[in-house]
Design a protein around this ligand. Structure first.
Ligand code: CUA
Length: 329
């Protein structure tokens, strides 16, 4: 196979990574937009310097004696080797500092909404704290209002994780015993994907989440729905049986479903789990088949997570549990 035939698909594969819901090169957040400018600036400068060095090397190798004489002079060494890098690197550093300053967290007082995100092995506890101090718990998904800077408070319950939504902002570590703050300021409605960016154990790669940016009024309405208890009772017979199973099988010891007897806090809050974009921290689609698979086989889907695989359930019991989960919207 010729080199070109090998390189072409690899290049396409690499460029594929530049597009889509997790691309820092397609920013939809204020900080990511600044990072994007800096990225292209660095690429442009680096490319220019690289081409310059290539040209001088080529001249040294293949040029005549007169040309060689000229490029080995003291002036080029001092100018090109000392003054030019000092000037260019100082300019880039100053611009970098300027951009970092522009991205500093919003003050507590002018943030109307705050979101606490706690990193767990291997999922995210998400708590919305509104202007009245009301706390609304959710998991593995963050909804944000477009055009409104929101303060994000990052903590960890166990090991170091790192919070990164490339389309929206730079990454920030989540460190046990410490609270790190950042601001997410989404500029466009849409879905982006975040990923834990610090190796935190076997299923680290399966610790992701979706960020759903919505127009401000839509977001306010959503937050009210999210704050409400789970609608009761489930409407179809399968879901009713599923709820009974959920409450008698130990699920309630780890999961909370507000408005029911399920008040566990070890695992994710499932009050409105059916309305989320994905389940198991962006590992599975959100549909009844995925719920059934997760309940039966969670140690296979995400080894070592705290939830055991419940192989005791029959196929029809799994269907009932999945139906109950699915209608929690
Ligand atoms: Cu959490 Cu990697």
């Amino acid at each position: 196979m010729s080199i070109a035939r090998l390189i072409a698909p690899l290049t396409l594969l690499a460029l594929q990574g530049c597009a889509g819901i997790q691309s820092a090169l397609e920013p939809t957040g204020a900080e990511a937009e600044r990072i994007n400018v800096l990225t292209w600036l660095l690429i442009f400068f680096s490319a220019a310097v690289f081409l310059g060095v290539c040209a001088i090397t080529a001249a040294a190798l293949f040029g005549g004696d007169a040309l060689r004489e000229r490029i080995s002079g003291e002036r080029l060494v001092i100018g090109g080797g000392l003054l030019f890098p000092i000037l260019v690197l100082s300019l880039l550093l100053s611009y970098g500092f300027y951009l970092m300053g522009a991205g500093s967290p919003v003050a507590h007082s002018d943030s109307r909404l705050r979101i606490e995100v706690e990193g767990k092995r291997w999922w995210w506890r998400v708590t919305y704290v509104d202007e009245n101090g009301r706390r609304i718990e959710s998991a593995n998904e963050i909804r944000l209002p477009v055009g409104q800077p929101v303060e994000i408070e990052l903590t960890s319950a166990d090991v170091i994780h790192s919070f990164w939504v490339p389309k929206l902002a730079g990454k920030l570590d989540m460190i046990p015993g410490r609270t790190n703050r950042m601001t997410l300021h989404v500029t466009q409605a849409g879905i982006s994907r975040g990923q834990c960016a610090e190796y935190c154990g076997g299923p680290h790669a399966l610790m992701a989440f979706f960020v759903i940016a919505m127009p401000e009024r839509e977001f306010a309405a959503w937050l009210e729905r999210e704050a409400a208890d789970a609608a009761l009772p489930p409407t179809d017979a399968e879901a009713v049986n599923g709820q009974a199973l959920f409450q008698s099988s130990g699920c309630v010891a780890c999961h909370r479903i507000r408005g029911t007897v399920a008040q566990g806090t070890i695992g994710p809050d499932l009050t409105h789990v059916g309305s989320r974009h994905s389940i198991a921290a962006a590992t599975l689609e959100n549909d009844p088949a995925a719920f059934a698979r997760w309940i039966r086989d969670s140690q296979h889907v995400k080894p070592e997570n705290l939830m055991p695989s419940f192989e005791i359930f029959t196929a029809s019991e799994l269907r009932q549990l999945a139906a109950y989960m699915d209608q929690l919207r």
